[in-house]
Unconditional design. Structure first.
Length: 481
């Protein structure tokens, strides 16, 4: 039987269509597998890494509180230790629920055993303190340190395993893409005999995006998360590319946040706590002699700064609660002016250390109908501390207030270096900090302004910054009266 040109074309296109259908089914199968692996990375591995970080933070918080309780012989600090312990157990329970491998279960169980033994050791020591009985403090300290290190090691191994598991899954994605590429190449070779046009279309719509994705998976395997994929078609591959980009961005953020967090918290906590501990020891040894009125005021300032430092440690938990909408606000009518003056008084010792002068342009009284005094004080401390941090020695910080059209506006104006235009829109994001030209100035946590924004939004207010490089910055917030 002789076939007409039309029949040959129909047969040829039917064969091509069949091959395309088969190839599409195979590609969809591969895409489903890739999406499953991607979802596993996003929903399991990333959550495991997040819970590991929370577990580590909670453990460090327990260590800090129990050490403070021992050094200061203050049993009330043990309640904070128990709160941190409850958080640790909660996060551990969540991690065990989502654990998807025996290795992760083993590491979590190991961390649980070490933590339970450490907590038992601390409880035993607390009993000695409560009854004021003599005990071998050095032996207890060494035992606690060993158990804490065992737990930290287990958590670090959990982090390493989760990250390696993530990279293994990325390699699986690379393998899936390579297999799809092989099938696509086979289709191209077959379709070249039946038409150049069809082969060009297949090459353009399948080979090109798959090649881009193959190269990108290789870059990710090397730890390079930059340069997102830009694939517009076919739609299935575009969806995969979008999920791929989301995964890369989250991996990059987790990696950066982990490094920055450990560096910042190490600097922010260890140095102040060491200074407070040494000062307390000097007083306990009687080096200062009889405490005068001025010395008593200094002790009060130290106590306030110590309290501020503890609040700083809890900032992460506060921010998490705020983002989850779980923060409780006690709204009541109050005067905001005394809160401003109190915040200035609390930050004044820090300003005096840099010869920075405060100028007040405040009205006598401004009553706000609904205001959480504690959270507004926290907001003011954060803004003033930020101003002092970025104001050079001998600078001036101006605090002003005014009422206008049913709103109270409070502005904090510094004479610092200002904020670059490209950073102004992101300055209230968490973990975001403007670059400080003073290399000797210690870095903050990058949480203060994010907390300010959440507090203001919870009060139905607004907060913004006006700044130009070289002309200082003006942070202003507005609350409804």
């Amino acid at each position: 039987m002789k076939f007409t040109i039309f029949s040959r074309l129909v047969i040829g296109y039917t064969i091509i269509l069949t091959m395309v259908v088969v190839a599409s089914i195979y590609s969809m199968y591969q895409l489903i597998n890739v999406n499953m692996v991607t979802r596993s990375v996003l929903e399991t591995d990333n959550q495991t890494l997040d819970l590991q970080k929370k577990l580590t933070d909670s453990l460090f918080e327990q260590i800090r509180y129990e050490k403070k309780a021992i050094v200061m012989r203050d049993i009330s600090l043990y309640d904070h230790f128990l709160t941190a312990k409850a958080d640790f157990n909660k996060y551990l329970h969540q991690a065990l629920i989502i654990a998807d491998s025996p290795e992760i279960n083993h590491l979590l169980t190991k961390a649980k055993i070490g933590h339970d033994q450490y907590q038992s050791r601390v409880s035993e020591e607390m009993e000695y303190l409560k009854t004021d009985r003599h005990y071998d403090r050095k032996s207890f300290a060494e035992g606690k340190e060993e158990l804490a290190n065992q737990t930290i090691t287990a958590l670090k191994n959990l982090e390493d395993y989760s990250r390696n598991n993530t990279f293994d899954k990325i390699k699986q994605l690379d393998s899936a893409v390579t297999n799809s590429r092989s099938v696509a190449l086979a289709i191209i070779i077959s379709t070249i005999l039946l038409g150049i046009v069809i082969s060009v279309v297949i090459t353009r719509n399948i080979i090109k995006p798959l090649s881009i994705m193959k190269k990108k998976t290789q870059d990710i395997a090397k730890g390079n998360f930059s340069s997102p994929l830009r694939v517009s078609s076919p739609p299935e591959i575009k969806e995969l590319a979008d999920a791929f980009n989301s995964m890369c961005e989250q991996l990059k953020e987790v990696d950066t946040m982990k490094s920055d967090f450990l560096s910042i918290m190490s600097h922010e906590l260890r140095t102040p706590l060491t200074s407070i501990q040494e000062g307390t020891n000097l007083l306990l040894e009687g080096v200062g002699g009889t405490i005068t009125t001025k010395q008593k005021r200094l002790l009060n300032i130290i106590a306030e700064e110590d309290k501020r430092l503890i609040s700083l440690v809890n900032s992460l938990l506060d921010l998490s609660k705020m983002e989850a909408g779980m923060m409780t606000y006690v709204l009541a009518e109050g005067d905001i002016i005394p809160l401003i003056r109190k915040a200035i008084f609390e930050i004044e010792p820090l300003a005096q250390s840099k010869a920075i002068r405060f100028e007040e342009r405040l009205t006598n009284h401004i009553r706000v109908e609904k205001m959480d005094g504690e959270r507004i004080s926290q907001l003011l401390r954060n803004l003033l501390s930020n101003a002092v941090n970025f104001t050079p020695k001998g600078g001036i910080i101006t605090i002003s207030s005014e009422q206008s059209n049913g709103w109270v506006h409070v502005s904090i104006i510094d004479t610092g270096p200002g904020i670059p235009a490209e950073e102004v829109d992101r300055i209230f994001d968490k973990y975001r900090q403007a670059r400080n030209p003073d290399a000797n100035q210690k870095r903050g946590t990058g949480l203060g302004l994010a907390i300010v924004k959440h507090i203001i939004m919870a009060h139905g207010g607004k907060v913004w910054v006006d700044s130009e490089p070289g002309n200082g910055s003006t942070f202003t917030f507005a609350l409804p009266l």
